[in-house]
Design a protein around this ligand. Structure first.
Ligand code: SF3
Length: 434
């Protein structure tokens, strides 16, 4: 029997999928179909943030109502109008701002506001569990249940910012962070001798070497991997106890995470003075969803080449391209400031808007450039949040989102001055000559 390689959720019948470039059975023009794809990605990203907020008891009926409307709009036979789909994407961006704010409130009210925290990247002697994903609630429950058991808990990838929250960092057996962005899982987890817990998206289908010592929680399901319903992690703990102990081994670097809005804004007067004295020339936000694409090395090169009178804010998986660089400080202001997970884009936005008040100019007039690395659903939602705020001149890379065609790119370039990354040297030259 002939099998379709891809199943198109637009027309449900052809194999044209996300990259559909011809009018399919659905009868939609490619641009309309792509704008619908875009909307689906954006609402998927928002749903993930909303899920984690709800886990901590925070909900918002306006966001729920928008999700319902947006999903309905992606029906095959409801909306054939490109212009209204662009408006909906902007509305999705606005709703995602609200969602990220809700999640930030949930995190801060539950775990306290993050504080700059040094995080070890080695291992300590004893049994261990490594936790990956964005789910702080799952991490907290695991920390409670492993307290006093002799098991150490390590973070991976988007779980690194957990160390900055006082309510999580108070657990002495939260021992450090191992590995980098999500895509090093297969190598890292093969080498890690303990138990593994995946709490959210960006989980990879496991290798046989560690499948039986891996567990999933929340929305994650992986073939052949045991799932924990709710928050009773006894099977994970029993597994960790049955596995060999980790050796004492120091890491190559110590990372710093946990710069909250309050921490950064407590430095506002000093930042203003340094900008006015010409000691800080430019701010960059370098971050986003990372991928194993070779071209993503751009972001490391870019930051390495930045002059010493620049400050880099970072967040999400993209931080792992740069957070082991020694950038030093400018009269006490760190040159590399890790704001947290991808959902903490809201913190970057709030800091940018506070800086724009401080300097009495609009956000687009600030000496600030956003260099975003692109990957998946959450990044779509965040991009539309930034566009909804009217932020212009964002650099995007290393490749274009799959739903963008020439028509959509033209609109994004014309209306938002969206740029694609080029070479680090050229881009730095162009940005700093302004
Ligand atoms: Fe993106 Fe997976 Fe990490 Fe949260 S969501 S940044 S890649």
């Amino acid at each position: 029997m002939e099998r379709l390689e891809m199943f198109c959720y637009q027309c449900s019948q052809t194999a044209k999928g996300t990259g559909c470039t011809v009018k399919g059975v659905c009868g939609k023009e490619p641009t309309v179909a792509r704008l619908q794809d875009n909307l689906i990605y954006a609402i998927k990203g928002m749903s993930a943030y909303l899920y984690h907020a709800r886990e901590l008891g925070y909900t918002d009926s306006e966001i729920d109502g928008f999700l319902e409307k947006a999903f309905y709009t992606t029906f095959t036979n409801v909306n054939f109008d490109a212009e209204s789909l662009v408006k909906l994407a902007i509305e999705a961006g606005e709703m995602n701002l609200k969602t990220m704010k809700l999640l930030k409130e949930a995190h801060i009210k539950t775990y306290g506001e993050p504080e700059p925290t040094k995080v070890q990247t080695g291992t300590v002697k004893g049994h261990g569990i490594i936790v990956t994903g964005h789910g702080l609630k799952a991490l907290e429950e695991l920390l409670k249940q492993t307290e006093g058991t002799g098991i150490n808990v390590y973070t991976h990838s988007e779980m690194l910012p957990a160390h900055g929250y006082p309510g999580l960092n108070k657990y002495k057996h939260l021992a450090g962070n191992l590995g980098k962005a999500w895509f090093d899982q297969k190598k890292l987890f093969t080498e890690f001798p303990g138990a593994i817990l995946a709490t959210s998206n960006c989980a990879l289908i496991p290798k046989e070497e560690y499948r039986d010592r891996m567990f999933t929680a929340g929305p994650v399901r992986l073939p052949g991997v045991k799932h924990i319903d709710g928050y009773d992690f006894t099977p994970v703990i029993e597994m960790a106890k049955s596995l060999p102990e980790l050796e004492e081994k120091s890491g190559d670097v110590t990372l710093t995470t946990g710069f909250s809005k309050s921490v950064v804004l407590s430095l506002a007067d000093k930042i203003k003075e340094l900008v006015e004295n010409g000691k800080i020339k430019h701010f960059f936000l370098v971050g986003g969803c990372d991928s194993r694409n070779k071209k993503a090395e751009y972001y490391t090169e870019f930051v390495k080449l930045l002059p010493e009178d620049t400050v880099v804010l970072t967040l999400a998986c993209g931080k792992f391209r740069i957070n082991d660089l020694e950038l030093g400080d400018i009269e006490g202001i760190p040159r590399l400031i890790d704001l947290g997970q991808c959902n903490d884009a809201i913190v970057a936005i709030e800091i940018a808007s506070a800086l724009s008040e401080l300097f009495g100019v609009g956000v687009n007039e600030l000496p600030l450039t956003l260099m975003l690395s692109w990957m998946e659903q959450k990044a779509v939602a965040i991009l539309w949040s930034l566009l909804a705020l009217g932020i212009k001149g964002i650099y995007l890379g290393p490749i274009l989102p799959a739903w963008v065609n020439e028509d959509i790119l033209k609109v994004l370039k014309e209306n938002y001055d969206l740029k694609l990354i080029g070479s680090p040297e050229e881009d730095i030259k162009n940005i700093l000559k302004k």
